[in-house]
Design a binder for this molecule. Structure first.
Ligand SMILES: *Cc1c(COP(=O)(O)O)cnc(C)c1O
Ligand SMILES: [Zn+2]
Length: 400
């Protein structure tokens, strides 16, 4: 067992996200034994410390929040400079729609071109600290690339299982990092089944979304950054492209932790959280609107936004909780509209965003038209990736 005494991490325990049974945070954990549900990390927030006493301002990566992350021993940190991405005002685009304050946090500027870098930097660091032999992942693309990069950096073997229809740029980058790549006919859920087969003896850390508690902790740093970068005043509405849901769940977790830490004024309202999905794969929308009890039997189709092609998200209940607690909603966007959103962000703001980012902007437009969003509200779009890797799918479509 690892001892946390000399660690800067305030990590205290893990708990089951369904029944709250506590688990040790100091040994390797996967899902909870009680409910087979995601485990969630808890920190000691009993002592009031101002942000300046906790945040390492000299570190311009997500690791500036290391005290609120689960790595116990700094020597195992595996970093490529992920996080602390800019929040960019979009005055031209927003002004054209009468919006007072439209902002975009550009996660496409992360190492390996997506926000998946945050979660995998965290999980691979923990894999190294806990002494596992290697990592394995089912992926729609970006998570596999990030795992391959961070494992290469850590000197750990990486196994990446992805759909055969994934754009070549994702596969190729994994090859260049030296990962063992297997291609599967189907969606990420089929890749997940293959991962369970290949890792039947549990020798590798399966870093599937929410099947270990560490990626979520890396993703939550987006929430801390949003607060710090906006001077501890959160936006009114936050739109996020939700696939497996770690970003949505993680950002909300960070907001709750900051409330507990006393970093947000007690009466400050938290943002309404909007989950944006693809029409081709929108299990959360179907459950949210009561057309199914849950996502278990949902049939998804491939989408340009391959990060959203997740038909059976393990974190569905946690995502629904975030939507409920924040008075949020779910919107699904068509393939054509994602491209339209990419064109507007490209031509009006010089941003080459992933189809997921295009979808998020189009969701804001839809909610503005329906009156759910008001023009005077501050709106933050999360662009989760760069369009570079999606070229195979979007090439030649810069004009409508
Ligand atoms: C993985 C991914 C998503 C979905 O993220 P979750 O946290 O799993 O919901 C969105 N956009 C991009 C670009 C992705 O790679
Ligand atoms: Zn439980």
């Amino acid at each position: 067992m690892l001892v946390a005494t000399s660690s800067i991490s305030h990590l205290r325990a893990l708990h089951c996200s369904v029944c709250a049974t506590p688990y040790s945070a100091f040994e390797l954990q996967r899902v909870s034994a009680c409910c087979a549900a995601p485990l969630v990390a808890d920190y000691d927030t009993s002592e009031y410390l101002p942000p300046a006493a906790v945040i390492n301002a000299a570190d311009s990566s997500m690791w500036r929040y290391g005290a609120l992350l689960p790595l116990l021993d700094e020597r195992y940190k595996v970093t490529l400079g992920e996080g602390f991405t800019p929040i960019i005002p979009l005055p031209r685009l927003g002004g054209g729609y009468g919006l007072n304050s439209l902002l975009l946090k550009d996660e496409g500027q992360n190492p390996t071109g997506s926000f998946k870098a945050r979660g995998l930097s965290m999980a691979v660091s923990k894999a190294l600290e806990l002494g596992v032999a290697g990592c394995i992942i089912p992926t729609a693309g970006n998570a596999g690339v990030a795992l391959a990069a961070y494992c290469a950096r850590a000197g750990l073997p990486a196994t990446v299982v992805m759909p055969r229809h994934t754009p070549d740029a994702f596969k190729e980058e994994c090859y260049w990092y030296g990962a063992d790549v297997e291609l599967v006919d189907g969606l990420i859920s089929d890749c997940g089944a293959r991962v369970r087969q290949r890792n039947a003896n549990g020798a590798l850390l399966d870093v599937s979304t929410l099947k270990e508690p560490y990626r979520l902790e890396g993703k939550k740093t987006m929430g801390y950054e949003i607060a710090e970068q906006l001077n501890w005043q959160l936006p009114d509405v936050l739109l996020y492209p939700a696939g497996g849901g770690t970003g949505l769940i993680g950002i909300w977790k960070a907001f709750r932790e900051m409330q507990a830490l006393g970093w947000l004024t007690p009466d400050a309202k938290l943002p309404r959280m909007v989950a944006v999905q693809a029409e081709n794969c929108c299990p959360l929308l179907e459950t949210y609107e009561g057309r199914q009890a849950n996502c278990h039997a949902y049939q998804g189709r491939p989408t340009l936004a391959n990060g959203l092609a997740v038909p059976h998200p393990l974190g569905e209940a946690l995502m629904l909780r975030v939507l409920r607690e924040s008075n949020g909603t779910v919107v699904a966007i068509s393939e054509e509209d994602m491209l339209a959103g990419m064109r507007e962000l490209g031509q009006q703001e010089g941003l080459f965003v992933a189809p997921e980012g295009g979808a998020v902007w189009m969701a804001a437009r839809r909610l503005l038209a329906s009156g759910w969003l008001q023009p005077h509200e501050q709106i933050l779009l999360l662009n989760t990736g760069s369009a570079q890797k999606y070229l195979d799918n979007v090439i030649g479509r810069s004009q409508a």
